[in-house]
Write a new protein. Structure first.
Length: 78
């Protein structure tokens, strides 16, 4: 625990850009953290996993939600 506390104290004194580099390096060391390639592979393997029917239902629901929001907002413009 002494080592951990020492590292934390050292990190607290670092400027933000160096702290960001340290965080990125530490994240790379974590074996439980997925790499970018792992995340992309998972995304590719799930691509096309939704049926056309389900996609159509989702699309209709989104359009209906947009209409409800538009009706609620009336002529309000952001």
């Amino acid at each position: 625990m002494v080592i951990f506390q020492s590292i934390i104290r050292d990190l607290q004194d670092l400027p933000a850009p160096i702290l960001l580099k340290a965080a990125q390096y530490i994240h790379q060391l974590n074996p439980r953290r997925l790499t970018k390639q792992d995340r992309l592979a998972a995304l590719r393997s799930s691509a096309g996993g939704i049926s056309k029917e389900d996609a159509d239902i989702m699309e209709r629901s989104i359009k209906e939600s947009d209409q409800i929001i538009d009706e609620f907002n009336g002529s309000n413009t952001w």
